[in-house]
Design a binder for this molecule. Sequence first.
Ligand code: COI
Length: 347
Amino acid sequence: MKIEKIKESRINTVDFKNLDFGGVFTDHMYSCDFIDGKWINSEITPYKPITVSPASRVFHYGQACFEGMKAFKDNNDKTWLFRPIDNYERIIKSSKRLAMPEFPKDLFFNALHNLLKIDADWIKPGFGNSLYIRPFIFASEGSINATEAKEYKFMIICAPASSYYSGEVRVKIEKSFSRAAKGGIGYAKAAGNYAAQFYPTILAKNEGYQQIIWTDSSTHEYIEEAGTMNLFFRIGNKLITAPTSDSILDGITRKSLIQIAKDENIDVEIRPLLVSELIDAANNGSLFEIFGSGTAVVVLPILGFGYENNKYELPIKENSWANLLKNKLNNIQYNISKDPYGWTIEV
Ligand code: COI
């Protein structure tokens, strides 16, 4: 791998206390090209704009997918990646669905390792601070023939992160628009899955919500996931989350929380949840918590939701399961408590 280091770091120009999620990037980036059936030009360079043909299929047909992963700094200045193998496996699954070539595992981990070593100072210690890592792959071949491309670019860029949302989050249960249909690309981290939510989310924002909860595309009766996260519902003494499917993303934070919750003796039910069941629970007082999970948001308590013309508020709980699970997860991610699951990998 070729490595070209920046002459002067930009780190001193960054206000790490007031980071806007995803707006500031570290000094370096990784890129690699797929040309003539081979991955070549594997290199780390200073973070900079790239040049591609305006006919690149990514711009016309959206042939692109990505991952979201995080690195954490512990109190001894060591850097830890959280479940990176799961991210690698998921980008391979997404690539396959979008007819893109597999990026080799050794190149992926070599690139990550080198990039995080070079930009290690950008990862700040302390709960809430992390480095958000964005691997992505897109069709770079300059042709607008509507078939899969023959050339691709794989890249990794990194953004220092604190919280994803700065304020309270309320969500609207979406009944008209759909995120994903059976047999579609909902399970893949396809770029277009996220673009498709922007418009319905703008409409929801106009009504005072920060995000939407997707329901199934055929009946709109079952809860699926939210715009940037999977969802958990504490109803009675159970923690309920929808099963992953071809329309729901197999969230890595989601499956980590399920594991931790089970080990905390929380009764976890992975099953389809009807919107009507949620409304009944809200009305009869048995809905105690809703929270989202995702790499970017980690664990995010949801303070209220809207359905049709009704708004529901959730009681703020001192001893919430959201807090309990978030703390347990953070302790593992920041190497504060022992990782009994083998999820963390030191860089
Ligand atoms: C993530 O949590 O990593 C995501 O991909 C959500 C997002 C910021 C699009």
